[in-house]
Design a protein around this ligand. Structure first.
Ligand SMILES: [Zn+2]
Length: 395
């Protein structure tokens, strides 16, 4: 066709291209889409018809406008499908239903014991997920997929947990196939902190391409957003900063079998153990936060020191990765400014000016929804990518 730019991936990618532009939510006319993609008007018309038929686009024309008829405009329809998201933590599981922008439509949280094994925990996810779909009045056929976050190392290509320290009975369990068979939809699995990074980025920092999310709770981990994308590394373990050795943490044993890991010194459980040893009752990260809020000087001092320890490891990460935002999340971050103040103290002192002039170190804004927003985002980005969209349109 004259004027139509040849596309390396053929027609299918062209179809994806029109859709990818419209995913930003801004309505466009056929002429605008043609100008932005370089595709012929007739090609644009065909793509739009296909996407309208599948409900992925809708007309954005204002009803009742007067004067000359304006050209028809089209926009992304985030209600076309729904996505299930499960954030399985060390002590709690949250199951949520979202639209195609990752906005949470309904959610349920429950205490779980991971030691009951994958079949029972995932059974709860399927049951709750199915109930949420029904409760929001959606049909089972509207379900695009399910994203799951697990609190341990996950091999992303297979979705299998790999020797997860706090998940007895889960090592190598095929979470992806198990859920895929029960729900009959696309299933993707990742480490919970990676998904929290993805969720926080999607919801609050979409314009910052280089971001680091640090979760400080029972354990410590981080997720990296590099050039706008989640950086998983070659096997999926990128960002696992909890097991970096601290110089002064030398003789503290860690659940991973090594000595002196950051997590063994600065996590919520490590602080709770030290407070208990000093005669102050605390078992979990949340107990530590409650003590700090009640004005316990010991708890506040411990949290601030944990912030400094985390800052030591983060200063190295800042030098290597140069993020513009570090978001601190997880239950221990609920202790107000004490943790972040400790982190800032060390990171700004230990890093070079070029790395820190633009660097912001802030508290998580997505809070306990970061994980489910991220799990949904993982599924949406996969299913609505040019290649994923092709499969969706052919169904
Ligand atoms: Zn360790």
């Amino acid at each position: 066709m004259p004027g139509e730019r040849p596309h390396p991936d053929g027609l299918a990618a062209g179809r994806g291209e029109v859709f990818q532009l419209l995913r930003d939510g801004r309505p466009r006319t056929r002429a605008e889409l043609s100008a932005e993609t370089g595709l012929a008007r007739s090609t644009i018309a065909e793509r739009i018809d296909t996407l309208l038929a599948k409900g992925l686009l809708r007309s954005a024309d204002k009803a009742g406008s007067t004067g000359g008829r304006p050209p028809a405009t089209f926009t992304f329809n985030p209600q076309a499908r729904v996505v299930l998201a499960a954030d399985i933590g060390a002590t709690h599981a949250t199951v949520a239903l979202t639209d195609l922008t990752g906005d949470v439509l309904a959610a349920e949280e429950k205490k779980v014991d991971l030691a009951v094994g994958p079949r029972a925990v995932l059974g709860y996810v399927v049951e709750t997920g199915t109930a949420l779909v029904e409760r929001t009045g959606r049909a089972a056929a509207d379900l695009l997929g399910i994203g799951v976050g697990l609190p341990g190392p996950v091999e992303h290509s297979t979705g299998k947990p790999v020797i997860p320290p706090i998940m007895p009975g889960w090592d190598g369990f095929d979470v992806k196939n198990h859920l895929g068979e029960r729900l009959g939809v696309l299933t993707l699995v990742d480490n919970d902190v990676n998904l929290m990074a993805l969720g926080e980025h999607k919801a609050y920092w979409p314009d910052e391409p280089n971001m680091m999310f640090v979760k400080v709770a029972t354990g410590i981990g981080s997720g990296l957003i590099s050039d706008g994308r989640l950086h998983r590394g070659s096997a999926g373990s990128a960002g696992d900063m909890g097991h970096v050795q601290l110089p002064h943490g030398a003789d503290v044993p860690c659940s991973c079998g090594n000595l002196g890991c950051l997590e063994a010194v600065a996590s919520g459980s490590a602080i709770a153990a030290r407070l208990s040893a000093a005669g102050i009752t605390a078992e979990t990260s949340s107990d530590v936060v409650a003590l700090a809020r009640a004005g316990s000087v010991d708890a506040v001092q411990q949290i601030r020191q944990a912030g400094r320890d985390i800052g030591e490891v983060l200063a190295t990460a800042v030098s290597l990765f140069n993020p513009s935002v570090i978001v601190i999340g997880g239950s221990l971050s609920q202790a107000g400014e004490h943790l972040i103040a400790g982190v800032r103290e060390v990171v700004y002192r230990r890093s070079l000016p070029l790395a820190t002039t633009e660097l912001r170190i802030v508290q998580s804004r997505a809070g306990n929804q970061a994980g489910v927003i991220g799990a949904a985002t993982m599924v949406i980005d996969h299913a609505l990518s040019p290649f994923g969209l092709d499969a969706l349109l052919e169904r």
